[in-house]
Design a protein around this ligand. Sequence first.
Ligand code: HEM
Length: 450
Amino acid sequence: MDLIEATSHRPPDVPGAWPLLGHLVPVLRRPLEFLPAVAGFGDVVKVRFGRLPVYVVTHPDTVRAVLVPGDLDYTRGRIFDKLEPALGRGIATVSGAEHRRQRRNLQPVFTRERLAGYAGIMRAVAEETTASWRDGQTLAMDEVMNDLALAALTRSLFRLTAHQDTAEAIKRGMRLLTRGLLLRTVLPTAWERVPTPGNLRFRRAMARMHRAVGDLVAAYRDSGRDRGDVLSALLAIREEDGTGLSDEEVHAQVMTLALTGIEAPGAALGWVLHEIGRDPEVAGRVHAEIDTVLGGRAPGFDDLPALEYLGRVVSEVLRLRTPLVFMRRTLTEVRVGRSVIPAHAEVVYSPYLLHHDARWFPDPLRFDPDRWLPGNVERIPKGAYVPFAAGAYQCIGKLFAVTELTLVTAVVCARWRLRPAGHAPVRELATALVRPHRLPMTVHARTARG
Ligand code: HEM
């Protein structure tokens, strides 16, 4: 027996599996408690979705061991297979060489210069949203922020404001897609063919969304004009041999960006306003910084570095209220830490699990933006903080998202003070990410000194 064999082992089973169902019941009913708890059983552990074995990497080192070699040892996992029929073969569902080709093509859509342009759209959308607020009004802030993220993304995607119906079709389709994703990932595929009211509603919404996006791509292609938006940038992409992207690929990228670019920032924006609204000290520091840095003018992309404290608030929200699970599939047998995972196995990593681990984030449920101060931040191990993942498949919209969270909050808090309406704690709703269940907040216009 060589040294490697002597020191490697099969990952332990997490106890509590039910016959046939495995860990489906706790995964579906209490994922936010179940997932962080599995870290107690090892750095790589095995759970079962029904009869399907799934390996969960729970330690920053084992998470990096999976994410960073990226597309060499792994393809996308089951969660992405479930997305492909809805999205097509866009950047978030393909693997390996095809993924590298698409990622290279999409880079020009996310350059700093383009982001400065999207930042102008985000600011305008935030100003339009807050323009209708009245002093003392109570708003469903989760819905307001989701709509704002939808408008920011769809207007960055396609400037044509006449396409309100397309935005609505995307909103409804993407909401159903993300909300049912965890369930579709753990249940057998045959279940999706059963004509339940939920499955029928889902199919209708998908068909409507595809029609709307198809019409939009055709309209842009026909006009041939560059409107300075993402869709124009996609149509302008040329491969090395000079050919452009097919309609099918452009369509898949629009759907993919709509899936990845609306719900996650929308939910995170709600959480940012919630954390600021419920803690007068955090609110005081945010308001003071915005007043000092902006002095009453509208924020732009170049103001972001100076909004330091707000940046730490955003980092801390992305720690605490972070995506729940993503998956990979091994191509060959891999060694991860001291464990061996077989070939063609499903692997899960969970930013939520890592970010709630007291070993890396002491008192993990406490909201503390100062964890991110220089001097503190160095103590967080590499791989323990992965709201945007790492490696080949990491979030291509990271800077878009951070810009949106910071700019929109700056526009809102420059003029408004938000407070939670009512005393009920806000519940976390586990979908593909963690959304605020209901977020009623009262908005108060700030006076010159307030
Ligand atoms: C708070 C907001 C966001 C969070 C927390 C987030 C998080 C993530 C994570 C964790 C991944 C990697 C998934 C994996 O490991 O398989 C990812 C991928 C991705 N994200 Fe984001 N994201 C956010 C916003 C956005 C936005 C605004 C966009 C687009 C404008 C975007 C576009 C994408 C795309 C296209 C991918 C797939 C990248 C690839 O496979 O190469 N995301 N995101």
